[in-house]
Write a new protein. Structure first.
Lengths: 853, 632
């Protein structure tokens, strides 16, 4: 039967149409006919546990379940009558006997709700409020629908202790009705299988294997289980007592380049919670812990810098915007090229990034704008520019028949891609992982190749060689792999003869100083017809930053500094001449090689200490940890609107949720583009007369390919943004000192947002404690005599770092891992790692010793 | 090639088997199924080896499976050269010594524990009764159990010698349609309990679209008091396996699973051993006997969840999921294991197949009733004199089973529970009902897989219903609401009644809730769980009423409803009860009637037992319920 063919059936005497192949319950749901149910969910498999959705169907015996009966043409269905109601009532009463039911049948409940607006956890005079889901509960709806006023059975209270130890969400299995939705979500949609039913008979409950906590059970904290819970059993910690939200807007998640669409719920003008949107193009109803749980704590953090401040007579003083803009323009005007540099985060919107580079080039008359994204783009800009030439989509992953994942862990970052890969695997795809360390991907992969640390690129090269039909000798592999090569052979068998290969690589492998094998192999693959290379990198709008010229060598539109014709086009559009200098790069500034007089940090904090400059302007949502001369408070993702380019090159909307008036409490933060424009106007440069971000997008769409006009943004990926090709530079060779018996491997950290590391603001992430300090093998830890959490000193290539250590058997022996964040805001504790963070060689040999010896 | 190899082997096996009959050395045979082992057969066997050495008798020792009369275990058979086997019952170590001495020293046939001999009546000139003339065995018809207790289950040769795998050879030369037709003609219905026509289920599966089909043998026998499947596998594993291959061939399955409880280690061992032997003879594997048919057999051990006997839960369990049933349709025959068409047949159904093929449908349909053909095995347990594994034609009455085969009860008959915890409790009026699927269902019970639990007047039916409901409640998977929560409330109401706190409206509640659980449960476990309550309410309502109204338990089982009394006229003051009373509730000087302080009594029965069996007075302590003495 064709997918779009329709059938006709009769519900309670009314004929309606429904797509063929759906269940009776879904057919009713589509036609707005209410059939009470508790365990059915349209996105999940049929369960048939609650039995409440029974109906009568002509020609069928008894009372079939509408959820598990497929609707057929001409079916005559009765959804409600006295007999059906009686059975349903009986069933729901049984459930109510297991579920604390004062919220369901209390005689005062209607009046109570009217007068009860206080948000409290414990019962107070204005009414009881022990379940966060009161009034938003599907169980309540069903009970109300059936008009049940009393329970004929004695109450059974399970007496489980509420579980609040894990981060981000609480669980109270006393009010669970065992509908199994969370379990199906976790197993079927997420493919993680953390949740399951435990025990039998009256002891049945939802839980993890062996009753471990969620952290140890491999939970990704995506919160998908909460979204489908019909009761208040599962509730997110931050917003659980918010009550019924006022409304919702769909927008793009600000935290990574996947660009998940989120339903952002707000209450009383303020952000409440974000749920993944059922967007079929990108995230398909799923999110990761960052998008699901980390927005409120970052944007609403008490530490937020919400007002302009400046050093006035050696005091850190609050400024009005007029004063602050005047201060900035005083500091910036009359600077020569080379005296000014702007460092900018790739997490800003397109509009702000565009205005920033226009500001630098027009007002400051220099190309000295560089993005911290450069620190993440291992292999160099030319490589990434090359990758971005080809169209890729996230939704294509699940359709591919062979998957090769390299250096990828999708537990907390990029978990959407993890979900899609598992979908592909469940659809029958062969799945190979290349990773020098264990990752959650290894659990699902059919074969896991374990290269020696930093040999991922060479192993990939050999693997592709083998797939191309060349012989790869054992001797070649011997020095590249941690095992005997069996997994390599397995992988070759799994992937050979591919006609549809998806290669997904994560940022882990791009922090190495030598990435030449990786870049050449991946570029080669990305240009093959039957291969799609999907890059996962940190930096929300990195692609936007490249396409809109946030680098000295790139200009908006697919135009590089060598593209004279392209530059002419921009000059005619901007009606001015563009600067021709090479600009200062972030590397030159961090290393101290170049010292601009004025440094303008826009959401970029790649220093622990104040760099040597005359004047530093910081423009961010938090103040940096070192002294600056002027701080301009930027609006957060909730307070401004704009667009972002995701990894597919898709332009997506970032929506403004909070429009709160300037006040002592809410502060006076402003969008980045507004601040640039104000300073430019103050200095007296034309071309910055923007009233809103939409006007900027319209200007961008004139110049840059693939960017739509405002109001023309569609969800379909008709066109993608274009990146200019950049000629490949020869790699810089580094001086490696081979001293020490440990191999120090640095990996990029995944929790940077603008100038801060969000782990410093989000309590849940601190509990999860990912990527903090050094990681070494347990046996190595024993031989060094260090315990979990002890501080160690690592000496490598002439520099020293000190931090606590975590040990685990999953770390290869003889190696020591360190995650390097891209911005250091909020990471005061990591100050002593600064020199290691800035090391140019990776991996390198290191000496390790315990603190105090 | 392989066919001729099998032929050769069979010939050799037959010669071997006949040789066994004309043995030169004495053979001592033990029933070492789980029942025999539990009764101590292995200890006896060990001892016998020593005795034989002492007596300097050169004899072979052989092991067989359970032959049926479990109450006679351990059974030891002695086969003298040229004579048939003679069976002795309840042979413990000392008894074995006496029997063997009688044989080999005194050269006489001992009378001690003698049950009977195998073979023709003329063998011992009528001095020794025939084994199969034993009142427990005589009324039985042994088709499925024909080899149990006769052959050594560890030897494929024994099975081959007794026409084993002839049926398979025949089937492999036939078209699957013709095999299906034979099964259709035989009228075979699923022996797992529901009685669905086997051919029809097979046909659904065969007609279902799919490149891969699966055959599953359901050996997850979990009912309390049922052991038919275990005994059959332990006693004659090849019969089940031959049926499995026949079934797989007919439905076109290339992979078969045997889902068996891990609590059946011996049965699992027997199956593993048997499958290895089959592999040697190409009775399983690639191109079976040159027919082009391939079959792989996998043993999957279950972890002891009762619900995994339900077919969709069983499938989930094999798939590595939690054993939870799922909604039907789709039925497993259309979409089962890994979403492929799958047939699940009970051990006994499979054990019957080879008989039907070999014997022909006319012969097979000669047994049983119009609606139900063939025979059925039952495990006969409870308060009956002769317990064990039996096989009777369909249509045999409960009276024949309980009173003829089972030899009646020690005390007055009260009820019989068929079908295990899912079945119903039937009263005396149903004793003459011929057993088949329909009649039992009509009476409010089920055939189930075949447990028959006989109850006498010492059983309280309310307590029995509570026991079974507690079992199903604990074994509910928790998926559907009526089964998970409903059974829990049934149990709590029954507990309330047995505690003496019952109210009249509780009976209505039980009926109402029971009916609604039956009506709305997801799988068979829930749909049949209320049967013990509903059937006892129907046939033994007066007992519920006396619990509620008179606070009286006529069987003196419900602890809260009984009291212990000392009859002063009978008590001699021997102080035996004073010594055993753990709470010092009984006091009194020697030689004077004692006092029992009810406020201290915890009703542990210690005084009652000692007075009944040990004390000088005897029966001076009685259990009273509702002002009426009921025990003696």
């Amino acid at each position: 039967m064709a997918e779009n063919s329709k059938i006709k059936l009769t519900f309670n005497g009314k004929e309606v149409a429904a797509p063929a192949g759906v269940s009776v319950l879904r057919a009713a749901e589509i036609n707005d006919i209410f059939i009470p149910t508790l365990c059915y969910h349209k996105d999940l498999s049929i369960y048939g546990g609650c039995r409440v959705c029974i109906v009568e169907i002509d020609g069928m015996r008894g009372y079939p379940l509408s959820c598990s009966t497929i609707a057929a043409d001409g079916m005559v269905v009765i959804t409600d009558n006295a007999a059906i109601k009686e059975i349903r009532t009986e069933l729901v009463q049984l459930l109510m006997s297991e579920h604390p039911s004062s919220c369901l049948i209390c005689g005062e409940s209607v009046e109570c709700r009217q007068f009860m607006k206080t948000v409290r956890k414990s019962g107070v005079a204005s009414g009881c409020r022990y379940c966060p889901n009161d009034d938003q509960c599907e169980f309540q709806d069903v009970v109300e629908h059936l008009e049940i006023k009393k329970v004929n059975y004695p109450v059974i209270y399970r007496g489980h202790e509420a579980e609040r130890e894990d981060p981000f969400f609480d669980r109270d299995y006393n009010i669970c009705i065992l509908c199994g939705r969370c379990i199906r979500m976790c197993q079927e949609m997420r493919g993680t299988g953390v949740l399951a039913f435990n025990y039998r008979g009256p002891k049945v409950r939802v839980g993890t294997a062996f009753g471990r906590d969620h952290i140890d059970s491999g939970c990704e904290f995506c919160g998908a289980c909460i979204s489908v819970c019909p009761t208040g059993t599962l509730a997110d910690k931050v917003s659980k007592w918010d009550g019924i939200p006022d409304g919702q807007i769909t927008g793009t998640c600000p935290y990574c380049a996947i660009g998940c669409q989120l339903e952002i719920w707000h209450k009383d003008g303020s952000f409440s919670k974000a749920l993944p949107s059922n967007d079929p193009e990108v995230n398909d109803g799923q999110a990761c812990l960052k998008g699901r749980f980390c927005m409120s704590e970052v944007s609403h953090h008490f530490d937020r810098a919400r007002k302009p401040f400046a050093i006035v007579n050696n005091y850190w003083k609050e400024q009005t915007w007029d004063e602050a803009i005047a201060k900035a323009s005083d500091a910036l005007k009359d600077l020569k090229p080379g005296e000014f540099s702007m460092l900018i985060s790739p997490d800003l919107t397109n509009e702000s990034l565009y205005t920033a580079q226009k500001f630098t080039r027009l007002v400051m008359n220099t190309n000295s704008i560089d993005s911290t994204a450069r620190l993440d783009l291992g292999g160099g800009l030319p490589f990434w520019a090359g990758l971005f030439q080809n169209q890729i989509t996230i939704q294509s992953i699940k359709k591919s028949s062979k998957i090769l994942a390299i250096g990828l862990d999708t537990r907390f970052n990029f978990s959407i891609v993890g979900v899609e890969m598992r979908k592909a695997r469940n659809n029958g795809a062969e799945f190979v992982s290349i990773n020098s360390r264990i990752s959650n991907v290894a659990k699902y992969a059919h074969s896991w190749i374990r290269p020696q640390p930093a040999m991922e690129g060479k192993v990939l090269r050999e693997l592709i060689k083998a797939l191309d039909g060349n012989k790869v000798t054992k001797a070649t592999l011997k020095n590249l792999l941690q095992d005997d090569g069996k997994s390599f052979d397995e992988a070759v068998n799994l992937l050979k003869g591919y006609d549809d290969l998806t290669v997904i690589f994560g940022p882990r492998i791009f922090k190495y100083s030598d990435t030449s094998d990786l870049t050449t192999t991946l570029l080669d693959l990305s240009n093959r017809k039957n291969v799609r290379v999907i890059p996962l990198y940190y930096g929300t709008n990195t692609r936007g930053a490249m396409d809109l010229g946030s680098f000295p060598e790139l200009f908006p539109g697919p135009i590089s500094i060598n593209d004279k014709k392209g530059i002419k086009k921009i000059e005619s559009s901007w009606k001015t001449n563009l600067p021709t200098d090479g600009g200062l790069t972030i590397d030159q500034i961090i290393s101290g090689e170049k010292k601009p007089k004025v440094l303008y940090l826009v959401g970029a904090v790649p220093f622990f200490e104040r760099p040597d400059c005359d004047f530093i302007i910081s423009q961010d949502i938090f103040e940096p940890d070192f002294k600056v001369d002027l701080h301009l408070p930027a609006a957060s993702f909730l307070e401004t609107s704009g667009t972002l380019v995701n990894m597919e090159g898709r332009v997506q909307e970032s929506v403004r949720v909070e429009e709160l008036p300037d006040s002592v409490m809410y502060g006076r933060a402003r969008p980045d583009w507004w601040i640039f424009s104000e300073i430019a106007r103050k200095i007296g440069v034309k071309g910055f007369e923007y009233k809103n971000s939409a006007e900027i997008l319209d200007e961008i769409s004139e110049i840059a390919d693939g960017f739509p006009k405002s109001g023309m943004i569609t969800r379909e990926l008709d066109t993608f943004t274009k990146t200019a090709k950049i000629p490949v530079q020869s790699p810089v060779s580094n001086d490696i000192k081979k001293k020490g018996k440990f191999l120090l491997i640095m990996q990029p950290g995944g929790y940077t947002y603008r100038g801060i590391d969000i782990r410093s603001k989000v309590e849940g992430l601190q509990i999860l404690n990912p990527e903090m300090g050094f990681f070494i093998n347990s046996e190595d830890a024993d031989s060094l005599g260090v315990k979990q959490g002890d501080e160690i000193i690592v000496k490598a290539n002439g520099v020293t770092g000190k931090a606590p250590v975590q040990s685990g058997t999953e770390i290869p022996p003889g190696t020591i891992y360190l995650y390097v964040p891209q911005s250091y805001g909020g990471l005061k504790d990591c100050r002593e790692l600064q020199d290691l963070y800035n090391l140019k060689v990776n991996p390198c040999y290191a000496e390790v010793s315990k603190v105090g010896i | 090639m392989s066919k001729s190899k099998l032929e050769k082997r069979r010939k050799a096996a037959i010669t071997e088997w006949q040789k066994l009959d004309k043995n030169k050395k004495p053979v001592i045979i033990f029933g070492t199924g789980t029942c025999g082992t539990a009764a101590g057969a292995l200890h006896t066997m060990k001892k016998v080896k020593c005795i034989l050495a002492d007596l300097k008798v050169d004899a072979d020792i052989s092991e067989v499976g359970c032959i049926g009369p479990c109450y006679l275990e351990p059974l030891m058979d002695v086969k003298l050269p040229g004579k048939p086997r003679i069976s002795f019952s309840n042979v413990n170590e000392s008894k074995a010594e006496k029997i063997l001495k009688k044989f080999f020293v005194d050269d006489e046939i001992p009378k001690l524990g003698l049950v009977g001999h195998f073979g023709e009546n003329s063998a011992f000139n009528g001095e020794v009764p025939r084994f199969f003339d034993h009142p427990m065995l005589k009324p039985q018809v042994r088709l499925v159990l024909r080899n149990c207790g006769i052959i050594d289950p560890a030897k494929i040769d024994h099975y081959l010698a007794r026409d084993g795998y002839l049926a398979l050879e025949q089937v492999l030369s036939m078209r699957w349609e013709d095999v299906l037709e034979i099964i259709k003609q035989s009228g075979l219905r699923g022996r797992g309990g529901a009685g669905f026509p086997t051919w029809m289920k097979w046909n659904f599966c065969r007609q279902a679209e799919g490149d891969q089909r699966y055959m599953i043998c359901n050996a997850d026998e979990g009912d309390p008091g049922a052991f038919m499947n275990r005994s059959l596998i332990e006693g004659d594993p090849h019969a089940v396996l031959e049926g499995l291959v026949i079934a797989a061939y007919t439905i076109g399955a290339s992979k078969a699973y045997i889902y068996i409880r891990a609590e059946y280690p011996l049965a699992i061992k027997r199956l593993q051993n048997a499958i290895e032997q089959m592999k040697e003879l190409n009775l399983v594997g690639e191109n079976i006997l040159g027919s082009g048919f391939n079959l792989e057999i996998v043993i999957k051990e279950g972890a002891g969840a009762f619900v995994c006997g339900e077919e969709t839960a069983l499938i989930a369990s094999i798939e590595g999921q939690r054993g939870m049933p799922r909604t039907r349709p789709p039925f497993p025959a259309q979409s089962g294991l890994w979403g492929k068409p799958t047939i699940i047949n009970n051990v006994e159904t499979l054990g019957t197949l080879a008989n039907i093929i070999r014997g022909g449908t006319d012969w097979y349909t000669g047994f049983g009733t119009e609606a139900c053909k063939g025979t059925k095995t039952f495990s006969l347990v409870g308060r009956v004199r002769r317990t064990g594994l039996i096989e009777v034609p369909m249509g045999t009455t409960l009276r024949e089973i309980i009173f003829d085969i089972g030899g009646g009860l020690f005390k007055e008959f009260k009820a019989v529970q068929t079908g295990g915890p899912s079945g119903g409790c039937l009263s005396e009026e149903f004793l003459d009902t011929p057993i088949d699927y329909e009649n039992l269902a009509k009476a409010g019970s089920i055939m189930g897989s075949g447990g028959i639990i006989v109850l006498d007047r010492d059983t309280c039916v309310v307590d029995l219903a509570k026991y079974f409901l507690n079992f199903t409640q604990q074994e509910s998977c928790g998926k559907c609401v009526p089964c998970r929560v409903g059974t829990r409330h049934l149990v709590s109401i029954l507990e309330k009644i047995t505690r003496g706190d019952g109210e009249m409206e509780d009976l209505e509640k039980l009926e109402h809730l029971g009916e609604s659980i039956k009506r709305s449960s997801l799988c068979g476990l829930g749909a049949t769980a209320p049967n013990p309550v509903l059937s006892t309410l129907k046939y033994f309502r007066s007992e519920y009423l006396s619990h509620i109204r008179d606070k009286r338990c006529s069987a003196a089982v419900c602890r809260e409803l009984v009291e212990f009394r000392i009859i002063p006229g009978k008590c001699t003051g021997c102080q035996a009860c004073v010594r055993v009373c753990p709470t010092e509730a009984i006091t009194g000087p020697r030689s004077e009637p004692h006092n029992l302080d009810e406020s201290k009594c915890i009703k542990c029965r210690a005084c009652y037992e000692i007075c009944k069996f040990d004390a000088i007075a005897g029966d001076a302590i009685v259990i009273v319920s509702g002002d009426e003495s009921i025990s003696n």
